[in-house]
Design a protein around this ligand. Structure first.
Ligand SMILES: C[S@@+](CC[C@H](N)C(=O)[O-])C[C@H]1O[C@@H](n2cnc3c(N)ncnc32)[C@H](O)[C@@H]1O
Length: 236
């Protein structure tokens, strides 16, 4: 088995996205995930072994990273957008991981129950696209898909009083309005009305706690100027 690291993954994404004929803008958005997402911290909060599911896996880069960082994990990815699922399936090819992550179509509000429950779920920058009144349905669905004491790791945009948070809200609003156009749909592969549905730190903690999870760890990550909250909850 090859000893792969994050820089190998980045090189693979550059090569594969060129082979797939993605535009420079699309390639830039993929590479931005390496700057934005705290891969290492998410990896440390997840179990090293067993079945884990990324909810809202998009292009699949985070799933690929989690599969690469522990080969005893069997990683699955679920996304609402057929275009994203297809892109993830194509991007994974040729990286040389075994087992490779598997990507399927589905909704976070009704996670398909596999043959066995998942040891952990993880979700990055997805809840802010789910309307406030539907976010609790994601947590209830997560609770059903997890094994007893299963882990749920969420990395999400958070409202605080930093400049980055204000800029992020403005950028999110512009991007989600853009996502409603046909150009935006082609670029992002999904359409979002009314987003961003952001919460403060207390708001994200409350939705975990009132929907069947105990909080184990919380940190605010400032990898870029945009603050993210990283929460590990455990099913009660
Ligand atoms: C900003 S991308 C994040 C992708 C990936 N998690 C990452 O961090 O690189 C958001 C993804 O969430 C997906 N999504 C939005 N609402 C969803 C839902 N209700 N169920 C499943 N996926 C959803 C979108 O299709 C999109 O691929």
């Amino acid at each position: 088995m090859l000893d792969l690291n994050i820089s190998d993954l980045r090189q693979h994404i550059i090569k594969r996205s060129k082979e797939l004929g993605l535009s420079q803008l699309q390639r830039g958005l993929l590479l931005a995930r390496f700057k934005i997402l705290p891969f290492d911290r998410i990896h440390k909060l997840l179990p090293q072994k067993g079945r884990v599911l990324e909810v809202g896996s998009g292009h699949g880069i985070l799933s690929l990273a989690m599969a690469m960082m522990s080969r005893e994990r069997k990683v699955f990815g679920l996304d609402l957008s057929p275009g994203r699922v297809e892109l993830a399936q194509k991007l994974v090819q040729g990286f040389g991981l075994s087992p490779e992550p598997e990507f399927v179509l589905g909704d976070a509000k009704g996670i398909p129950l596999g043959q066995e429950p998942y040891a952990a779920l993880f979700m990055a920058e997805v809840l802010y696209l789910v309307p406030y009144e539907e976010q609790k349905d994601v947590f209830r669905s997560a609770g059903k898909a997890l094994s007893s004491n299963g882990i749920f790791v969420v990395c999400e945009l958070v409202i605080d009083w930093s400049v980055g948070s204000f800029v992020q809200r403005a950028v999110s609003r512009v991007l989600t309005i853009f996502s409603m156009s046909s150009w935006g749909r082609t670029l992002f592969g999904y359409r979002v009305k009314g987003a961003p549905f952001l919460r403060t730190k207390e708001g994200w903690l409350e939705i975990f706690q009132t929907n069947g999870f105990n909080i184990e760890t919380v940190e605010i990550v400032r990898k870029t100027i945009f603050p993210h909250i990283l929460i590990r909850g455990r099913k009660r």
